[in-house]
Structure formats: structure tokens, C-alpha cells
Design a protein around this ligand. Structure first.
Ligand code: TPP
Ligand code: MG
Length: 597
């Protein structure tokens, strides 16, 4: 057996698993790994952004676009502590990345060497990171690496994907042992689980009996790459589809059966259909508070009056919030294929859902009539709708939109029409500011031939402005649209709405005269070598975006958006004990809708 250095074994295993990039930041703890990556630089590329948070968001977005993972590399102590937040984003949204962290030499464990965390246990970084990864491995000898590497990769990609941590002490990078490269691990979706025949026939019985069925699809459908099966199933049976943000585009959202997102910031037809449905078939979707109007019955959903078929690969999601009538532990694509096979010989009647379709059409027309006028308006500062619409007009169907957190995201969740899966990136479960602005770099590396646009708030962008340096250093042509409303406006609005109109710490002001303040983002961008424009009139946005996308280089558009125009709420969101607001658009559930027998 050849004697191999630990760092070389790691590098070779990444390469054997077709990992093309390591996104990482140096530190004394990981220089041994850097040396190995240097030797293999023709086969695996190191990209070094200016903050570990960015590295992990990049890896997260890369996976969401390609469904293939990359690795991050951070040093011991503070560098690795900086990836806790983006790992939380990744695990909350079932996104995979291999977070290689360095630790102190094993011979110094528990002596408090530089940057060791050891209050309760030696070299205790795995305990810091534990809640935000599927598993943390800490091989303390080179002969432990083959198993740890194989198990890390397999854990990350099997079942419900998620980030995994490989914590490597300094000496384990350096030392050599007689070790063999383990076999590569299976890629995402290599193993798929299905429902039992009884479950499938019981599901189809319920589905064919339903008069008002809806499908609710989430990231599980995207991850399972079940877009074709979903589209076929929805169209064959005429079942409308509600999407969570990370499920958007699995059914082309211009399809009349696509109802959009549900919840406070959802589309009105989705909330109407959700709360009036007699059967919900939820696939790879969680009923989180924001997509379930904080579980208050009658706003977005109306369980237990409505029957529920809930399908997920993760048993902990089945029945978390609503006990299903049929809970199915299965992969989304396999389940849909099984449904299609079971439905075909039963020959369902084509017009069985005529009345339901008529209701849905009515809600879609009402919503269209209510919202359309604002999309046509020009204004300064710019109305939010205009930006969403112009992005939709300018960007091709395969462009990748990286949403950040805040008001802008609310508008995109409500009105963006994703045409394909894996084109709309959302930090949904954890909502980490900076995900969109940073993730765009990873998304572009994952899809170099497609336009990538980050829509990021002024607050989000100022958390990670150094993404521009990375774009220049590695020539990553991303367009950042900074949704500039001079404050943390999504939070300001909660503050104003719930606390008697007071504002503190939620808007950006300059000095004692309280003038709205922000840096000149365009000048800031130019200082980093990135082209930029400031846009204050809505007439100028579309052309500027076209220009920026066509330029095919890093580009910043600083867009001044009206902070006083709020997305219409069509569901509710509650933060107990503060009172919630009734939806501005949409009726509460009417008790006249009979439960299914
Ligand atoms: C890292 C992080 N810090 C704080 C928050 C809480 N938070 C959510 S939205 C928001 C404001 C976002 O501001 P901006 O990017 O300007 O977007 P806006 O709401 O103004 O459109 C804050 C502070 C968060 N989600 N993530
Ligand atoms: Mg803002």
C-alpha cells in the first residue's frame, strides 16, 4: 500500500468524487491542505473569497444549481466559526456541501493552543457546528481518513441532503500512512425509495375522489429532479400546484395550473385554493410558519377538515405540523412515477374538476386585476413591482435568480414566475442575509453559460460587499441588483406595524440631521473594479439590466426603491404574543366548505 499524506488523500478523494472546486480561506491550520491543493491545481480549483460566510453560501448555491457538491475549506477557530450561519442556511434548506475545517495538532489537544476551543472537550469545534450539519467527523489519524471521507460524502448526499463537516487536526493533513483511496460515494439520487403498493393505491383512491385537490411542492421535488413527472401528473389530472420558494419552477409557473406561493406573502389564488381544498398532496414540502400562515386554520390551509397526503424522504417532516391522513416515506420522483402508473389504468374522467378549475380561474382573474395596474406604473423612487416585472422580461428562462433576504424577497416570492427548476435560489428556512449576494458567485461557477442575477437588499449587500472583490479576482460575471430602500425595511415594517409606529435601529441615517444614508454603492463598486450604475427612475431599470447582463462582467445596479410600498398580504404571519394582521387581500376561510367524507 502506498504511503499517502492525509491532505493528499483528501484532495484525491475530492477529485475522485468529481468535485471541481474548493471555496475556502487560508489560516495557519489549513496550510497543509492548501499545499496539497496547490500540487493538484490543474485538477481542482481553489477559490478564495474574502469571508468564510461567502465561501459556504457559494458552495450552497453551487449545489442548488447543479445538484453536485463542492467543498469549503476553513482554518481552525475563528475562520471555521464564520461558517456556522451559512451552514444553518444550507441545512435548513437541505443543501449539501462538505465543510472541511482545520483543527489544532492532536499532540496539543487540551493544552489550549492558539485557537483551540476546549472548555468542555478537546478540539471541540464539532460541538460548535453540530446543530447545523448532518454529521461532523473528526478523524484524528491518517488511517481514520478513508472511512471518514467515504462516510462524509455518503451522508451528505443520501436521503435528505445536507452539509457535512470533516474536522481535520493540523498534523493529519501532514502525516502519511499506508492508506488507500476509498471508492467514490454515490451521487445525489443514486438510491431512491418508493411507497408501498398499498400506500399508492390508497393515495390514488383519495386523489380520484377529491373534488378540490391541490399539490403542494417544495424543495424535495426540486432535489429529486421530478419536474417532468410533476408536470405530467398535474396536467393529466388537472390538479393545481402551489409551490414553496425552493419548489418554484418544477412546474413552469406560467402554466395555468401553477398557483404560486402560499402564506402571508403568497399569491391570492394559492391561499384561496389551499384553504378551500378538500385534499392536499404535499410532496417534499414542509408546512413551515411562513407557508402556512403560522398554522392558523383557514388562512392558508384548513387541516384537519382538508385531507392530507404527505410525502417526504425525511420521516421527521411527516406529521411535524399536520398529522397526515396518509404519510408516505418516499422519494418525490419515485412517488410521482408510482402515482402515474397507478392512475393510468383507472382512466379518470377528464372533467371531474370542472367546478374547481372555474373557482381557480376566478381567483386568478381577481388577483390579476388587483395587482396588474401597479406593474405598469413608472415612479421615482421606483415601485417594487416594476423591478420584478423588468427582471422577468429581460432574463431568459434559464437565468438564475439569487434572492437575498428582506422586502425584495417577499416581492419575488409573490410575483416571480420561475420557468424551470433550480433557477430561483432562496434562503428559505433560515433566511441568512448575504445568501443571495454571495450565492450568486457559486451559482455562476455552477452554470457559467447562464446569466446569474442577485437581487439583494442594501442591508444584505452591506453585510458581504467584498463579493465584488472575489468577482474581480476570479472574473465571475454576476449582476447584483441592490434593492436600495435605505434601511432594514422588512424589519422596520414589523416595528412600525406592531409597536405604535416607533422606529429604532431599522433605518440608515446620517449623523444628527437624520438624513437617509447609504454609501454610494456604484462608487463603491467602481472602487473594487466593478462597473456600476445608480438608477432612481423606473424607466431606466430595464435597459440598465439588459446592458449589465449583456456586458458579461461583474456589474452592480444600485436601484432606489420605494420603501413605503408593501407587498399585499394574502395570508397571515403571527409572532405570538403580538397580534397578527388580517390579510389585506383575501377572505378568511369560510366555514361553509364541507369536510371530505
Ligand atoms: C444575518 C442576518 N441578520 C439579521 C437578519 C434579520 N433580518 C431579516 S431581513 C432584515 C433586513 C434586510 O434588510 P435589507 O437587505 O436592506 O432588505 P429590505 O428588508 O430593506 O428590503 C434583517 C435585519 C437576518 N435574517 N440575517
Ligand atoms: Mg433595505
Amino acid at each position: 500500500m502506498p504511503r499517502t499524506k492525509g491532505a493528499d488523500l483528501i484532495t484525491e478523494y475530492l477529485i475522485a468524487n468529481k468535485i471541481p472546486y474548493v471555496f475556502g480561506i487560508c489560516g495557519h491550520g489549513n496550510v497543509g491542505m492548501l499545499d496539497s491543493l496547490h500540487a493538484a491545481r490543474d485538477r481542482i480549483k481553489m477559490i478564495s473569497p474574502r469571508h468564510e460566510q461567502v465561501a459556504a453560501h457559494m458552495a450552497d448555491a453551487y449545489f442548488r444549481v447543479r445538484h453536485e457538491p463542492v467543498a469549503t475549506l476553513t482554518s481552525c477557530g475563528p475562520g471555521s466559526c464564520n461558517i456556522v450561519m451559512p451552514l444553518a442556511c444550507a441545512i435548513a434548506d437541505s443543501s449539501a456541501l462538505l465543510a472541511i475545517t482545520a483543527n489544532v495538532p492532536t499532540s496539543q489537544f487540551n493544552r489550549s493552543p492558539f485557537q483551540e476551543i476546549n472548555k468542555h472537550f478537546q478540539a471541540d469545534f464539532p460541538n460548535i457546528i453540530r446543530p447545523v450539519v448532518k454529521r461532523s467527523f473528526q478523524p484524528t489519524r491518517v488511517d481514520m481518513l478513508p472511512l471518514a471521507l467515504r462516510q462524509s460524502m455518503t451522508t451528505m448526499l443520501s436521503g435528505r441532503p445536507g452539509p457535512v463537516n470533516l474536522d481535520v487536526p493540523f498534523n493529519v493533513f501532514q502525516e502519511a500512512d499506508n492508506v488507500e483511496l476509498p471508492p467514490p460515494s454515490p451521487p445525489l439520487n443514486a438510491q431512491r425509495s418508493g411507497a408501498s403498493p398499498n400506500e399508492i393505491s390508497a393515495c390514488v383512491d383519495l386523489i380520484l375522489k377529491a373534488q378540490r385537490p391541490v399539490l403542494f411542492v417544495g424543495h424535495g421535488v426540486t432535489l429529486s429532479e421530478a419536474s417532468r413527472e410533476l408536470t405530467e401528473f398535474a396536467n393529466n389530472l388537472g390538479i393545481p400546484v402551489i409551490s414553496s420558494p425552493n419548489g418554484m419552477g418544477c412546474l413552469d409557473m406560467t402554466d395555468p395550473l401553477s398557483l404560486g406561493f402560499i402564506g402571508r406573502n403568497g399569491a391570492y389564488p394559492a391561499n384561496e385554493a389551499g384553504r378551500r381544498a378538500d385534499l392536499v398532496i404535499a410532496i417534499g414540502a414542509r408546512f413551515d410558519d411562513r407557508s402556512a400562515s403560522s398554522w392558523m386554520p383557514g388562512y392558508s390551509w384548513n387541516f384537519p377538515h382538508t385531507k392530507l397526503i404527505h410525502v417526504d424522504v425525511d420521516p421527521s417532516e411527516l406529521g411535524r405540523n399536520y398529522p397526515p391522513d396518509i404519510g408516505v416515506l418516499a422519494d418525490a420522483r419515485t412517488f410521482l412515477q408510482q402515482l402515474l402508473a397507478e392512475v393510468a389504468p383507472r382512466n379518470p374522467k377528464g372533467d371531474a374538476l370542472k367546478a374547481w378549475h372555474a373557482d381557480i380561474k376566478k381567483w386568478q382573474e381577481t388577483w390579476q386585476k388587483f395587482t396588474a395596474p401597479n406593474f405598469d406604473m413608472h415612479a421615482s423612487p421606483i415601485r417594487p413591482e416594476r423591478i420584478v416585472m423588468d427582471c422577468q422580461d429581460v432574463l431568459p428562462h434559464d437565468a438564475i435568480l439569487c434572492c437575498d433576504v428582506g422586502v425584495s424577497h417577499n416581492w419575488y416570492m409573490q410575483f416571480w414566475k420561475a420557468r424551470r427548476p433550480q433557477t430561483m435560489m432562496n434562503s428559505w428556512g433560515f433566511s441568512g442575509m448575504g445568501f443571495g449576494a454571495s450565492g450568486a458567485l457559486g451559482a455562476k461557477l455552477a452554470a457559467p453559460d447562464r446569466p446569474v442575477v442577485a437581487v439583494t437588499g442594501d442591508g444584505c449587500f452591506t453585510m458581504v460587499p467584498h463579493v465584488l472583490c472575489t468577482a474581480v479576482e476570479y472574473n465571475i460575471p454576476v449582476v447584483w441588483v441592490i434593492w436600495n430602500n435605505f434601511g432594514w425595511v422588512s424589519i422596520r415594517d414589523i416595528q412600525l406595524g406592531m409597536f405604535g409606529g416607533h422606529e429604532l435601529g431599522t433605518m440608515f441615517h446620517e449623523g444628527p440631521n437624520q438624513k437617509p444614508y447609504n454609501p454610494d454603492f456604484a462608487a463603491w463598486a467602481r472602487a473594487t473594479g466593478v462597473e456600476a450604475m445608480t438608477i432612481t427612475k423606473s424607466q431606466d431599470f430595464k435597459g440598465a439590466l439588459e446592458h449589465a447582463v449583456k456586458a458579461n462582467k461583474p456589474f452592480v445596479l444600485d436601484v432606489h426603491v420605494d420603501a413605503e410600498v408593501r407587498p399585499p398580504s394574502t395570508g397571515a404571519w403571527q409572532l405570538p404574543p403580538t397580534p397578527y394582521k388580517e390579510p389585506v387581500f383575501g377572505a378568511r376561510f369560510l366555514p361553509d366548505v364541507a369536510p371530505v367524507k
